[in-house]
Design a protein around this ligand. Structure first.
Ligand SMILES: *Cc1c(COP(=O)(O)O)cnc(C)c1O
Length: 334
């Protein structure tokens, strides 16, 4: 199978499977899992936070992150395109009673500070209490500039808000900018990282923040049924995700550029190659392209695509340059 649908489809590496087999484990709800404890302490230090917590998914990490900043009746600012607004089943509102205040994203994924400032509610009992700004990096494959992150920090300081990063793909951003991950993380009060996307761990995300904040999140994680037992088998793979697998992202980014260039040679497909910063490629389709039929035919040849216009392709460690050539050949024939 050549699977272009997402980087979540990456399978664990041989080293991960070995680490999983050999991981020391205990009951993590009791705080007894040595491999999870080691990952959490290491990740906190590595990213410049006081504490970290392993979670079952990125969605859970975001929900815990939002609920640990905001109480019932509080509000958070985010993008219309934010994953934690649009693609997480409304969890912050449903489970946290937190009101989202979305702002239209600029084409580069940033949020306009004037619009954000205008959306902050006055201290008045008619209004929800605006507590938090949540950004996402990368967002739809786009990297937020470091200068923008510094401005966001100034903005939240001025307005006494907390600043959260949905960093599901924050390592893609760091690799694309060729900076240490701390250059990005330093601006945020809290951050999530997906271990199971391009970084290839089978399961899990991290939430990072202060000790107090993570303590609160740990309580909510238990409440949501997210307290798990011998999580060391997952944490062992997670550690390799954040160490051994980071250089792979540069390969994925180069492959995405190559894919974008090649798609431009296919009739009916067009990609703005300059927009490709990381591992996600959006191609616009002519009206005459019947993408549903193409995707069905592709499946018969073991190529998995998600239909859409624009159509999204995601590169990752289980996609090689040859696989891209195979896709392009298929598209030219269909
Ligand atoms: C995938 C993703 C998540 C959620 O991660 P899951 O592990 O799929 O729940 C959150 N935010 C962003 C930006 C993502 O891409």
């Amino acid at each position: 199978m050549i699977d272009f649908r997402s980087d979540t489809v990456t399978r664990p590496t041989p080293n991960m499977r070995e680490a999983i087999a050999n991981a020391l484990v205990g009951d993590d709800v009791y705080g007894d899992d040595p491999t999870t404890n080691e990952l959490e302490q290491w990740a906190a230090d590595r990213h410049g936070f006081e504490a970290a917590m392993f979670t079952s998914s990125g969605t859970q990490a975001n929900l815990l992150g939002l609920m640990s900043h905001c109480e019932r009746g509080d509000e958070y600012l985010c993008g219309q395109q934010a994953h934690n607004y649009k693609y997480e089943a409304g969890g912050a509102a449903v489970l946290g009673s937190i009101q989202p205040q979305p702002i239209e994203n600029n084409p580069d994924g940033t949020l306009c500070f004037e619009k954000l400032a205008a959306a902050i509610k006055a201290d008045d009992f008619h209004f929800a209490r605006t507590k938090l700004l949540s950004l996402e990096n990368t967002i739809n494959g786009k990297v937020l500039p470091l200068s923008y992150l510094a401005q966001a920090r100034e903005f939240v300081n001025k307005h006494q808000l907390a600043l959260h990063l949905d960093g599901a793909r924050v390592y893609n951003a760091a690799v694309a900018l060729d900076v240490d991950i701390k250059e990005i993380a330093q601006h945020f009060d809290s951050m999530t990282i997906c271990l199971s996307k391009g970084l290839s761990a089978p399961i899990g995300s991290l939430l990072l923040g202060t000790k107090e904040y993570i303590k609160k999140a740990r309580r909510i994680r238990k409440m949501l049924g997210g307290g798990m037992r011998q999580t060391g088998i997952l944490a062992a793979a997670g550690k390799l995700a954040l160490t051994e697998q980071v250089p792979q992202l540069a390969v994925d980014h180069a492959n995405a550029k190559y894919l974008a260039e090649q798609l431009n040679t296919v009739n009916g497909f067009s990609v703005n190659v300059e927009h490709i910063q990381t591992n996600i490629v959006f191609a616009k389709l002519d009206n005459k392209v019947d993408i549903k039929t193409i995707c069905d035919k592709a499946l018969e040849q073991d190529i998995l695509l998600s239909a859409g216009n624009p159509i999204r392709f995601v590169t990752h460690k289980d996609i090689t340059k040859q696989n891209i050539d195979t896709l392009i050949e298929f598209l030219k024939q269909n």
